[in-house]
Write a protein that binds this ligand. Structure first.
Ligand SMILES: NC(=O)c1ccc[n+]([C@@H]2O[C@H](COP(=O)([O-])OP(=O)(O)OC[C@H]3O[C@@H](n4cnc5c(N)ncnc54)[C@H](O)[C@@H]3O)[C@@H](O)[C@H]2O)c1
Length: 263
């Protein structure tokens, strides 16, 4: 089979110009930062989450800044809701080029013998089944459009083990397998599939887990770079994977965790 190399890239300052990107968990934290960044890079963004009031506020902010944004209600645990949100995105913008499957929940820390299986089911339903559901419908739209790029949000908990973290880790390690297999499913169909693996990042999720400055400082100190990331740090890693600058990168789980998995 002949090689199929595209021509050299021409770099622009707006790296997602006119690309349509669907973002889950866009109502807060990393997802909201990604929506602002992708829109600033020229993308038309679909803001998907359950909290419409927050999505509408973000949508209004982006429209005010001259960007195109569509707030769309989406519960990733409900396939009909996901399908409807992606359909609404394609109806509004005419196509789907990119997806950032970022919605997630933490659950509750516990050693394995104390796991509450209802919490396990809820975490898997959102963090793993939710991403499978989104990808199923995103890929259908992308195949119809000749290709695309998908970035999933894993976690440092999805690349290294951690005490009391089995529930969350199981969902995020599963996400790594999903990402790698999907990358191979679509490698010759123009769809790249990657993931970012954030370390501790300032967001509602982290604040609920580590509510004091002391707890945050202790967490930061346990990382090689002594660092708690901003949501924008994660958005920038996802941006790279979505753009053509990463056109030969697929099936990668990109650690964004201040060096923790290097140790
Ligand atoms: N903050 C961290 O330290 C950290 C570290 C590693 C990985 N992550 C991952 O980053 C992602 C974003 O989290 P965040 O830190 O921005 O926290 P966050 O709580 O601010 O954001 C999570 C988002 O997911 C949405 N969401 C949850 N369940 C949903 C559902 N069923 N349907 C649709 N949307 C749903 C929430 O509404 C929210 O918008 C998650 O996947 C999380 O696991 C976060």
């Amino acid at each position: 089979m002949p090689f199929n190399n595209p021509p050299p890239l021409t770099f622009t300052s707006r790296r997602l110009q006119d690309r349509v990107v669907f973002i889950t968990g866009a109502s807060s934290g990393i997802g909201a930062a990604a929506a602002r960044l992708f829109a600033a890079e020229g993308a038309k963004v679909a803001l998907a989450a359950r909290r419409m009031d927050q999505l509408e506020r973000l949508g209004a902010e982006l429209l005010e800044a001259g960007c195109e944004a569509l707030p769309v209600e989406c519960d990733v645990t409900d396939e009909r809701s996901v399908a409807a949100a992606i359909e609404a995105t394609v109806r509004q913008f005419g196509k789907l080029d990119g997806a950032f499957n970022n919605a997630g929940i933490f659950g509750a820390p516990a050693p394995v013998h104390e796991i509450d299986l209802n919490i396990f089911d809820a975490v898997i339903a959102t963090n793993l089944r939710g991403v499978v559901t989104c990808m199923k419908h995103e890929v259908q739209a992308m195949l119809a459009n000749g290709g695309g790029a998908i970035v999933n949000t894993s976690s440092i908990g999805g690349i290294v083990g951690g005490a009391n973290n089995a529930i969350y880790a199981a969902s995020k390690w599963g996400l790594a397998g999903l990402t790698k297999c999907a990358a191979l499913d679509y490698a010759r169909k123009g769809i790249r599939v990657n993931a970012i693996a954030p370390g501790p990042t300032r967001s509602g999720m982290l604040d609920a887990w580590l509510p004091t400055d002391e707890a945050l400082a202790e967490m930061a100190a346990s990382f090689p770079m002594n660092y708690i990331a901003d949501p924008d740090d994660m958005a920038r890693a996802a941006l790279f994977l979505l753009t053509d600058e990463a056109r030969w990168t697929t099936g990668v789980i990109l650690p964004c965790e201040g060096g923790a998995s290097a140790a």
